[in-house]
Design a protein around this ligand. Sequence first.
Ligand SMILES: O=C(O)CCC(=O)C(=O)O
Ligand SMILES: [Fe+2]
Length: 422
Amino acid sequence: MIRSYFFVATPADPQMIFSKRVVQVFTPRCPRETMPETNSKTYGSRLFHVKRVTSVFVVFITFKLLSLLLSLPGIFNEVTQNDAPPTHSEFIRSGDYKSMMKRAKDVVGGTKELDILRRNFERNGFVIVKPRFPEGVLEGAKEFTEKVYTTCISNPKPPKECVNFHQDRYTHNDGVKSLALDADVLAVLAALNGFKPYPFQTLNYPTTSKACTHSDYVHFAPHPRHLMCGVWVALQDIDPRSGPVFYYPGSHRKDFYSMQDFGLQPRQHHPHNYPKYQDIMEASMNISGLKRHTAILKKGEALIWTSNLVHGGPPPEVERLRRLSQVSHYFFEGADYNWAPVMSDVTEDKIIYYSEEQVKRKWHATDVNADERFAMSKFREGHCHDSSVPQGIAGPCDLPNRPPRVFSEILVHENFDGEVVM
Ligand SMILES: O=C(O)CCC(=O)C(=O)O
Ligand SMILES: [Fe+2]
């Protein structure tokens, strides 16, 4: 048997890896059930896992190198992120906002209830609401999600389109589209954020996504950084054995982390880059003292989370048990810009931005057919500072305390059976 050593460098906050330079021992990560047994001593959580013979020396040298780099003055210049609402937002003075607030109050039961909802959202980073979805809309989205199951999961010969059959099918399916554009959902999102929401992505998961620990900020990063929400709608009563979504209330108040903040290169450069980010997020949650909750929702209930809430879809107790759901992700009009950290290369000045114009065209264009809309891109390739970033606003590359890129080379992610890299 190969003996392994686990090293950890995570106090409550991943950023402290670099400021405290702690080296401890690690435990396995998500999904716990499928991790191989290890006889190494464990404390806290696993950050990186190195095989004995080759890696002890490499780790020693690298930490020496990191310590040296970190001790140099001015290596990491602090750049203040502007998280104050943009001054150009007029939305909350509009008639549109007033009518949305009225609707949001109707959804939750009144003015006092809406205040409580807002406070909870701010404190916990999530809320659960029951929008008044028309039954036909819920059923339409449910039927489509069942179709994803029969076409792509239970089908012994799934067709090629199963690569993304669950994603962005609002282009083809009215139920999926109407659920994401539901007026009650939009009103509650506007009430919680003070900006006008618009959906930019839908995901119809018939079973658990098996997505390991992450916050959506790593995928969809707005500026100001809280201006993105996920809305997870249960399309059936959720069975606790089906791998219900987990989340850590309060985790949104920790700093916002994307791969670059851990010295990791973009996802497309290596299949393990994103899993390494997830390893660190899992490790930081395990020792954060925050409690892990699960969303065992009733049909029609919606879990709304903010961009930085840490969450995931764990492996199920019963494989392939249906967990029919639709997640819609929203940006907000009036944000300074939106970008995709997971795909961007900040050290090479290659940034992938979401184009609000292209997103809206993909959703609403009437001069093209559904297939053409599905093929449209939402992205625009750009630079750290270009016309996407307003003057005087911190850009995607201006994050503080970014560690050197070499860090991604020394982290080791161990694949496990059935791992879904997503
Ligand atoms: O439904 C799930 O399992 C989680 C999906 C998720 O993380 C997301 O859509 O942001
Ligand atoms: Fe997510």
